[in-house]
Ligand binder design. Structure first.
Ligand code: C2E
Ligand code: CA
Ligand code: CA
Ligand code: CA
Length: 273
């Protein structure tokens, strides 16, 4: 029994060690990629539920060596998310400018990490980038998460207020998965709520999930906010979202995240059904 205990201990030790080495080499690779501009952005359209037209494109970061669910948390842990997040913003704004110049203006949605939002200078940085591109603030939507807000409420809310006053749109992402209380929600200067895809996943087969989403939609409407449903993978989900009065839709059923060249900005989803 003593032997087993010892080998188990070694086993866990080895795991932690391997994990650390993996993290270190990933961190190194992240730094290198940042220097070499080894990242790309793909865009996933967000559609108006009723017209079926694209209202925005969400920029999603891609890296050749791992998925966002792995490298974004690591970039956050190491502070690399600050320069990386700025690169995403600049790149997405440059794309917004190209779309505008081509006569097909489109709001770009950019994800913002909590460390960015906690920087007192964040709102000014965004403003400066917008001016540099010669873009109206309303061409930009920032997606923030509830957890991002909780950690440094004062600084975060000051940034959001400043951005919103400028005309930047603010969406609360992953709504329902965080901890924000109703009073927090009421204080936040938001434009819309994005209902997390985990709530949408089973609305077509679970009356309980359907009721939950319905309650979230009612809450949003009571706060005069628009509602986006993400993670629409089936037609039934889309139809149910429509009957629930959800304003905007996003998901694989409508369009996957794609490189700019593959996006079909003129195609509305009504043509599909
Ligand atoms: P998110 O902001 O909630 O983005 C939605 C995620 O759901 C994306 O994953 C998207 O590809 C995926 N998705 C879209 N439609 C569907 C669907 O119908 N079904 C399913 N199952 N998934 C769908 P992705 O691109 O892997 O990104 C994961 C997360 O990484 C994002 O979640 C976001 O939190 C983070 N992220 C991505 N790009 C950035 C970025 O530039 N900056 C920051 N701070 N975070 C980012
Ligand atoms: Ca998002
Ligand atoms: Ca989300
Ligand atoms: Ca998410």
């Amino acid at each position: 029994a003593k032997n087993l205990g010892r080998s188990r201990y070694l086993f866990f030790d080895q795991c932690i060690y391997d994990n650390m080495r993996l993290k270190l080499s990933m961190e190194e690779q992240l730094r290198k990629s940042l220097e070499q501009k080894d990242f790309t952005l793909v865009y996933q359209p967000i559609y108006n539920t009723h017209s079926g037209k694209i209202v925005s494109a969400e920029a999603l970061l891609r890296w050749p060596y791992g998925s966002p669910d792995v490298f974004i948390p690591l970039a956050e842990e190491t502070g690399l998310i600050l320069p990386l997040g700025l690169w995403v913003l600049e790149e997405a704004l440059a794309q917004a400018k190209r779309w505008q110049d081509a006569g097909t203006p489109l709001v770009v949605s950019v994800n913002v990490s909590h460390s960015q939002l906690h920087q007192p200078s964040f709102a000014d940085k965004v403003c400066e980038r917008l001016q540099k591109c010669g873009l109206e603030p309303s061409i930009l939507q920032l997606e923030i998460t509830e957890t991002a807000l909780m950690e440094d409420w004062q600084v975060s809310i000051a940034n959001i207020q400043k951005l919103r006053d400028m005309g930047v749109r603010i969406a609360l992402d992953d709504f329902g998965t965080g901890y924000s209380s109703l009073s927090h929600l009421q204080q936040l200067p938001l434009d819309c709520l994005k209902i997390d895809k985990s709530f949408m996943a089973r609305i077509h087969e679970s009356p309980r999930d359907m009721a939950l989403v319905q309650a979230l939609v009612e809450l949003a409407k009571a706060l005069s906010l628009k509602v986006v449903a993400e993670g629409i993978e089936y037609e039934e989900q889309m139809l149910l979202a429509r009957t629930l009065g959800i304003h905007y839709l996003q998901g694989f059923f409508l369009a996957k995240p794609q490189p700019v060249a593959q996006l079909e900005l003129n195609r509305s989803f009504a043509a599909l059904s």
